[in-house]
Design a protein. Structure first.
Length: 120
């Protein structure tokens, strides 16, 4: 499951599902038409592909997720840090903060996260 990938359009479609699940396939295709300007056939094709990837499931015309939005983005983040920084979170943070100044609130939040991790 750690190698789940979606393209930009698939991700935008997935976000419609996550925001509305459980959702009927008919309603989903209408929302995809409104938001993405997709035809019904495009929605069904992409849905089928995402189901094959194990991200969603369709049962009796109702679409639900097998992987939550939060879990999907966590997997993507882990893969990025692993692939780009050899799994080193400190190396990622060093690169990230070399061009972007963290606010005091962000620094405080990072401290809270580290403290909570150490307490576990």
């Amino acid at each position: 499951m750690a190698d789940i990938q979606m393209g930009t359009n698939e991700t935008r479609f997935a976000e419609i599902i996550w925001a509305n699940e459980p959702i009927g396939t008919g309603e989903l295709s209408k929302k995809a038409e409104e938001v993405l300007s997709w035809k019904k056939t495009t929605s069904y094709t992409v849905l089928k592909r995402l189901c094959k990837k194990g991200i969603f499931r369709t049962e009796r015309g109702i679409v639900t997720s097998l992987i939550s939005q939060r879990e999907f983005y966590a997997i993507q983040s882990e893969n990025f840090v692993e692939d780009t920084f050899q799994g080193s979170l400190p190396a990622f943070l060093a690169a990230f903060t070399s061009r972007k100044q963290l606010s005091q609130e962000e620094v405080d939040e990072l401290r809270r996260m580290v403290d909570a991790f150490e307490e576990e």
